[in-house]
Each structure stands twice: as C-alpha cells, then as structure tokens.
Design a protein around this ligand. Structure first.
Ligand code: EPU
Length: 310
C-alpha cells in the first residue's frame, strides 16, 4: 500500500498534492504528472520534506522556477518539491541576504530600490535564486557566482552548514551544487553603493538587449538550450550562432521548434512533448557536429520520470 502521503502528513502536518501536472511548473509548458508534489513555503518545511524523502528512500527532485528544466512526458514517479521559501533582507554594509526560493527578479528589484549596484546584468533572467546559483546563471560576461559571499546549505545529513564562495567552485554555468547533493537555503551577496536612477538605467539597457536578441518574454521555452562550447583558452564559441549557420531555425519536431530570433532557444509552439524537444535537440547537435565539429552540451536539465535518489 502507498503510505507515503500519510507519513508525509504526519511528519510535516501538511498534505502532499497528488498527480500534479508539471507543465504548470515549467516555463517550457511541458511535462506529465508528478505522483506527489509539495510546495515548501519555509526553510524548516523544505528541510523536513527532503529529510523524510532521504530516510524513506523516496525519490524526489527539488525545483525552483522550472525555467531551465524539461520534465518528462511521463511526469515524475516521486515527489517534486517546489522551493517557494522567499525573503530578501539588507545586511550591514552593502550586503543582501536572500532565501533560495525567492524569485531572482525580486532580488534584482530589491537591490535597485535600495540603491545597491552589481546585479543589473541579472535583470530579465527568470527563475529562483537557488536555481540561479545552482547553474551559475549569467549574462553579458558576468555571473551570479561573482557576487556570492557566503551561504547556508543543507547537507546530506540534514544539518545546516555555512560555507564561503569557494565551496561552489563556480565556472561557466556550473557550481558544485550540481554534483554535491547539498541544498542551498540562503545566500549573501556583496554589492556596491550606487544611485538608484543609474542602476535602473543599466537594468533597462540589459532588458532592451534581451528583448532585441531573445524570444519575447512569455515564450514557452527554457532559455538557451545548449551551453556555449569553451575553448582551451577560455573563450566561448556561440552555440546560437553555430546553430543558426547550421540551418537550425528551419528544423522542427512536432511543436518543438527553434526560435526565429535566436538559434539556441528551443520553443514550444503549442503542444510540444518532451520527446519532441529531445529529438529536435539531437538533430541540432548532429548538425553542429557535422558542420562545425563541436559537440554541444545541454544547459537545460531533462528530468526523467524515474530518477535515482539524489
Ligand atoms: N547569433 C547569430 N544567430 C543566432 C543567435 C546568435 O548569429 O541565432 C550571433 C549574435 O548575433 C552574436 C553572437 O551570435 O554575434 C552571440 O549571441 P548572443 O549575444 O545572443 O550570445 P549567446 O552566446 O548566444 C549567451 C548566453 C545567454 C546570455 C547571452 C547574453 C549561453 C548558452 N548563452 O548567449 O544566456 O543571455 O549570452 O550575455 O551561455 C541562457 O543561459 O539561458 C542564456 C540565454
């Protein structure tokens, strides 16, 4: 008998949701149903849900804004925990402390309103703070990891640990969170005192740049689908440009297509399935391999319906 929902209710004093359509939690608007779903509104709840899953060997997956993620058409055979733990506060000096489930846009707005500069390049990036740190989100030559000073994590034993920036081993779209199976609870960012008007003007410039080069806000997609290949000297080759030159914009699979605006955005034109996106991605990789000699690597994470325990 399936007694996990009962045990969850007893342990957290909150119910699990059952058979929740994941497309509603995906900016791609793709995905079947999650067997169990729970939205954590506070850090103790988040820790308790993860701890219970670990003790019961219950497969789970933690999501933020669902903006860099492709859910399976078969959904997820386990518990999807959505991190909705929000909070942003000013610390002494020019530091801002943020809970991991906070929207990144909310953090950027908070910093601007307080006249703190350094985060403008993050304007327009969707998702949560946790997701942004996990994937070291960035744009225009900067990344969120450059600003992080310290953080509190939940380790595999369910203990809170305080770490410095070096723990994360930030690289291009990379952090140790991807492999270490610890969970970011909150983080502190070091900013600089500035003028609100100037900060807002720079945010507007970055947003205009995005509007000009990316598909319109609200397009069903997950941002850039592939990482830019990095050369041995650290320079990056634009995946979008190579895809464009490889004729990617003319390729479709079902309702999965490449944005006419940018070759590295796979978009859901209506009823695309994960399978369509995966097949299209394979075709795109093949084209770039044959034409340019690069093996593209996915930036978007595909979550299979049956996943091993993290
Ligand atoms: N280009 C084309 N055709 C295209 C797309 C791009 O010719 O279809 C050309 C552009 O004209 C430009 C060059 O390729 O000369 C680079 O394009 P872009 O400035 O859009 O940068 P990118 O390397 O494609 C990266 C990040 C974006 C980030 C922008 C801005 C990756 C995979 N992509 O894109 O991040 O917003 O720089 O800094 O790192 C994301 O990670 O989801 C993402 C969108």
């Amino acid at each position: 008998m399936d007694d996990f929902p009962r045990i969850f209710q007893q342990s957290l004093q909150k119910p699990l949701l059952l058979d929740v359509p994941l497309r509603a939690h995906s900016t791609f608007r793709i995905g079947g149903r999650a067997r169990y779903f729970f939205e954590a509104e506070a850090l103790p709840e988040l820790a308790a849900a993860i701890g219970l899953c670990r003790r019961r060997a219950q497969p789970y997956y933690l999501i933020g804004g669902g903006s860099n993620l492709l859910f399976d058409d078969a959904g997820f055979q386990g518990l999807i925990i959505k991190n909705n733990c929000r909070g942003v506060a000013l610390r002494e000096g020019e530091e801002v402390e943020v809970l991991s489930g906070n929207r990144l846009s909310g953090v950027v707005e908070f910093a601007a309103a307080k006249g703190l500069e350094g985060m403008e390049f993050l304007a327009g990036i969707p998702g949560t703070l946790g997701g942004a740190v996990f994937g070291n989100a960035g744009a225009y030559g900067q990344a969120i990891g450059d600003l992080l000073q310290e953080a509190v994590l939940l380790d595999r034993q369910g203990e809170e640990i305080k770490v410095g920036a070096d723990f994360f081993q930030f690289g291009y779209r990379r952090s140790s969170l991807r492999v270490s199976h610890v969970v970011l609870l909150r983080a502190v960012f070091g900013l600089r005192r500035g003028e609100e008007a100037g900060i807002r003007a720079r945010m507007a410039e970055y947003l205009a740049e995005r509007r000009a080069n990316h598909p319109p806000t609200g397009t069903a997609c997950a941002g850039c689908y592939f990482k830019n290949p990095v050369l041995p000297d650290g320079r990056k080759v634009s995946a979008g440009k190579m895809l464009d030159e490889s004729g990617a914009k003319a390729v479709k699979w079902g309702d999965a297509a490449v944005s006419a605006k940018h070759g590295n955005f796979i978009v859901n034109e209506g009823q695309a399935r994960a399978e369509d996106v995966l097949r299209l991605a394979e075709e795109l990789k093949k084209r770039v391999r044959e034409r340019c000699g690069y093996e593209l690597e996915e930036e978007v994470i595909f979550l299979p319906a049956i996943a091993s325990m993290p």
